[in-house]
Design a protein around this ligand. Structure first.
Ligand SMILES: C[S@@+](CC[C@H](N)C(=O)[O-])C[C@H]1O[C@@H](n2cnc3c(N)ncnc32)[C@H](O)[C@@H]1O
Ligand code: SF4
Length: 459
């Protein structure tokens, strides 16, 4: 079978509970298990992992987020596929991203908000448990990456695992990718993990701007940009000595920094010796309020969108080392959030106040019990109404798998096989409904799938 390489080789441990996900660019989060409960090889071969691979084997990329995945955005998934007979016991690559700690507070990033609120001793125990499982798998891994969901040089456990890593394969077969904001990448910090220099080492450093005021504002730091530039010179010297074998300099383009993208790319290549310049579009990682909406210049509704398109025509951005992960697409974020909010209120009003709503639901569901997909405010409103009418069976929401709402269990779609399917499902989101519908069908559900937007429209 042919699979996107990331369904095999992007296995990432993402938080203190040891949640493991496949790829980082799936619409539903891609979580396939937890190291707190299972070993890595059990998780790598779990039903949840197999379901994702089956979709890809059929060429179905409806669960891939086009605003995050550059393969789907650029229509070149097939260039990134691997032909494989059988999924191996361990993944070849492991992404260590479970310490969600950072010394920056970037305006567009959700990581600082994730900083654990649990007691320090409890957190330490959780990290130790993850380390224990990872130590069993790490010798068999050929590629390690750290820390895509935090700051590498602030991640004590990850640094220790990396410094002690002894792979069974020969050093010539081993590769490492380090992701960092570069703020602490000086000689002293590098020495903690300089053992990695014997392998094929790639380093990716994010720089949100080379202009001091914009850099500090976007990175949420008091550190002057000069310190980062000094570190970039140190990194360049490691690149020139062949200790670092590949240097990627990255940015996330958004309202405050898009004008200087051509100059940014030029400096990355000419001054700091970048092999690859990543221009990644801002993508909202959480709720979209007005603040997030204003960052997204790829949105056709954004007041600076036309100016952004002009900047992107600069010849410097067509340099072979410069890569626009946005693929020239618009973001699809749509009109200002208040318009979306208005839709949410109108749906909730129908659910609670329209007599016709329940009548219509009864008619189209033929009296079967109902499952609510998506525990958003609308989903919760619908679940409440259905519970009052004794029609709610259970709820589906991958991110809330294992929790409950009003005494009814919430499951991830990955558990769907074991659930009662003699039900009608209402998708309670007012976006991405068709993607969810396809996922439900792939998970083996062939009953009635209804959209809340259609149910509420003419009730
Ligand atoms: C979460 S960071 C972790 C690694 C490291 N701390 C860094 O900043 O490079 C990984 C990458 O995600 C990018 N990123 C953060 N928030 C983003 C967003 N909302 N949209 C797109 N990229 C984002 C960062 O700029 C960085 O390049
Ligand atoms: S440095 Fe990286 S992890 Fe930290 S806040 Fe910025 S983007 Fe997020």
């Amino acid at each position: 079978m042919k699979l996107c390489k990331r369904t095999l080789n992007f296995i990432q441990v993402i938080n203190e509970d040891g949640a493991v996900r496949i790829c980082g660019w799936l619409n539903d989060g891609g979580v396939i298990g937890h190291l707190a409960k299972n070993t890595l090889d059990e998780i790598y071969h779990s039903d949840a992992a197999n379901l994702i691979r089956e979709m890809h084997a059929k060429g179905d990329h409806s669960n891939c987020n086009v605003n995050q995945c550059p393969f789907v955005a650029n229509n070149n998934v097939s260039d990134n596929e691997i032909e494989i007979e059988e999924v191996p016991r361990f993944p070849e690559s492991l992404y260590l991203a479970y310490e969600n700690v950072c010394n920056y507070h970037c305006v567009m990033c959700a990581i600082p908000g994730r900083l654990s609120k649990v007691d320090a001793n409890v957190l330490e125990e959780k990290y130790n448990r993850i380390d224990e499982e990872l130590r069993k798998a790490l010798p068999y891994v050929k590629h390690v990456s750290a820390n895509g969901l935090g700051e590498l040089f602030a991640s004590r456990h990850t640094l220790k695992l990396l410094s002690e890593w002894e792979p069974v394969s020969a050093p010539s077969e081993i590769s490492v990718t380090l992701e960092t904001n570069g703020s602490l990448f000086d000689e002293k910090h590098w020495n903690q993990i300089s053992n990695l220099g014997q392998y094929n080492l790639s380093v990716a450093i994010t720089v949100l701007s080379f202009e001091d005021d914009i850099y500090r504002e976007l990175s949420g730091t008091d550190q002057p940009v000069e310190k980062l530039i000094e570190n970039l010179r140190f990194v360049k010297s490691l690149r020139e000595q062949g200790i670092i074998n590949y240097l990627e300099l990255a940015t996330v383009y958004q309202n405050a920094n898009y004008k200087k993208l051509p100059e940014f790319a030029r400096r990355c290549i000419e001054e700091f010796g970048a092999d690859y310049v990543r221009l990644r579009p801002f993508d909202p990682w959480g709720e979209v309020g007005m603040k997030e909406w204003m960052l997204d210049v790829r949105n056709v509704y954004h007041p600076n969108h036309q100016d952004f398109l002009e900047v992107m025509k600069d010849p410097m951005l067509s340099h072979p080392k410069v890569h626009d992960w946005g693929g020239g697409r618009e973001s699809g974020l749509g009109p200002e959030p208040y318009i979306k909010t208005r839709k949410m209120y109108s749906l909730m009003e129908s659910i609670f106040c329209d007599d016709g709503f329940m009548e219509k639901l009864d008619k189209v569901t033929d009296g079967t019990k109902v499952v609510v997909y998506g525990m958003t405010a609308v989903g919760k409103a619908l679940a409440s109404r259905l519970k009052n009418e004794s029609k709610l069976c259970y709820c589906l929401d991958r991110k809330m798998d294992g929790l409950s709402y009003l005494g009814h269990p919430i499951y991830g779609i990955n558990h769907f096989e074991d659930l009662d399917k003699d039900v009608s499902i209402v998708i309670a989101l007012h976006w991405s409904e068709d993607v969810i519908k396809t996922m439900l069908e792939h998970a083996g559900y062939n009953g009635k799938i209804l959209k809340i937007t259609e149910l509420a429209e003419d009730s």
